[in-house]
Structure formats: C-alpha cells, structure tokens
Design a binder for this molecule. Structure first.
Ligand SMILES: [Zn+2]
Length: 248
C-alpha cells in the first residue's frame, strides 16, 4: 500500500480535529438499526496493494482521500478474509462503504445519520461516513487516519460476524480500536501495507483527537474511551495482533 509518508505538516492539526470531533455524537460510533435509502458506495475491487508504490507527493486531494479509503477497504477485506479462512470460517465482506454529505442523507435503523460522523450500521451491514468531515480529518492528521477510521468501523462489522456484544459501548469500542490496530500492524508485518515516515505519529495524533471528554463517564451509552485508553487499545493490537483483543 501506500500508507503515505510524513508529507503533511503537523502541529495545527490536533486542535481543529478535536473541535470537529467534539461535535460528533458518536465518532466511529455504533449506530445500529436497519438501513434504508443509502446510496451505493463507489467501490473498488480488492486489487493487491503494491508495497512498492509510494505517494510522497505532498497532496491532500479528494482523489487521494478516495484512493486511501478504497485501499483501506481492500486491505481490511483481505486481512479479515484470511483470518476467517485460517479458522475455517466463511467470510462475508462488509457490504459497502457509503459516503454522505448531508445530515439525514443516509439512515441506519430509521435513524438519520448526522454530519461529522462515521459509523458501521449493523442492520444494513455498511459503513457510512461524512465525506467533508473525514476529508478534514485526513488533511489534518494524515492518510494514516483514514486507515484507522476504516479499520475501526470494519472491526464493528467483524464483531457482528463473530457475535460479540458487550454490555457497555466502551468495551465494544476499545475492542474495535484493538482490532483496527491488529489489522494495521499485521498488514504492515505482512507487507500488505507499507508505513510511511510519520504514520505512527499520525495514528497517535488521530487517537488523541478522538478520545472522549474527560468528564464522560466510562459507562455512558456511546462512550468510546479516553484518548489514553483508545491509544493503548490500538497499539496493543498493533503490536501484538488479534490475540491481544479478547476475541475469545
Ligand atoms: Zn466504534
């Protein structure tokens, strides 16, 4: 792949992303319910990522963002397909990835999805994300954030496939962060992805920005975990693979 490079500047990014994320009801959240009316996502087949390709071109174009989303989806599909295969199970990829631009343009379980959000919708088995919000985060944090975002939402789809359902959302969310870390760490180790310089910092920066407010009770519906908890879970999976994620 192509996980970018240290091509983007840092420093000014975290504040803006934090502001953006603070308005999100449930960033990388777990809205569930039947789907309806969503647009078909532009989708690309899971072509083998070419580790020799790098894109250290300094751009943050929409096209590049779309390419990264497609790459992240392709790598996630290949990764989870291999995991399922190795345990003798059939794998069904998440049905589609649905970008949206307006509040209510896509619904999940009869609930219109708000702006500034990304979710996995279990009823429709799709991932939906606000394009403008995701592109803003991509520009602020870097391309690694896109891989994290897709990896986290994809992990919710895997949890559903595995029948994993915790009592508290924070458990579900921190496990998804761990699984996103495992998918990325394992993909780097297998050379399905190539880390660019700065990508690990981008993960840290993105995770720091998406943590819950310190005054959010851990048991609250919709709690995802503090920045520290999310970072710890992600890197536990990244370094130690799925065995660190309590998949049972
Ligand atoms: Zn989530």
């Amino acid at each position: 792949m192509r996980m970018g490079s240290a091509r983007r500047s840092r420093g000014l990014l975290a504040g803006l992303l934090a502001a953006v994320v603070a308005t999100a009801g449930c960033f990388v959240g777990g809205v569930s319910g039947p789907s309806q009316g969503e647009e078909p996502a532009p989708r690309r087949s899971a072509a083998a990522p070419d580790p020799s390709v790098t894109r250290a071109d300094g751009t943050t174009s929409i096209e590049e963002f779309a390419d990264d989303v497609a790459d992240a989806q392709a790598v996630a599909e290949r990764y989870w397909a291999a995991q399922f295969r190795s345990s003798g199970q059939q794998f069904r990829p998440v049905r589609r990835i649905v970008p949206y631009q307006r509040a209510g343009e896509v619904s999940c379980g009869g609930q219109p999805l708000p702006r500034n959000n990304a979710v996995y919708c279990s009823q429709g088995d799709f991932i939906a994300y606000d394009v403008a919000w995701s592109v803003a985060a991509f520009r602020q944090v870097g391309d690694a954030f896109v891989f994290y975002l897709l990896g986290h939402e994809y992990a919710h789809g895997i949890q559903v496939r595995l029948g994993i359902r915790y009592d508290f959302t924070i458990q579900q969310e921190l496990q998804a962060d761990c699984m996103a870390g495992a998918y990325l760490g394992d993909s780097v180790r297998s050379r399905a992805l190539t880390l660019g310089e700065g990508d690990l910092d981008e993960f840290r920066e993105g995770l720091a920005a998406v943590g819950d407010d310190p005054d959010q009770p851990w048991f609250a519906e919709g709690a995802h975990g503090t920045a520290e908890q999310r970072t710890e879970s992600f890197f536990r999976g990244y370094e130690r693979s799925l065995s660190a994620c309590d998949l049972g």
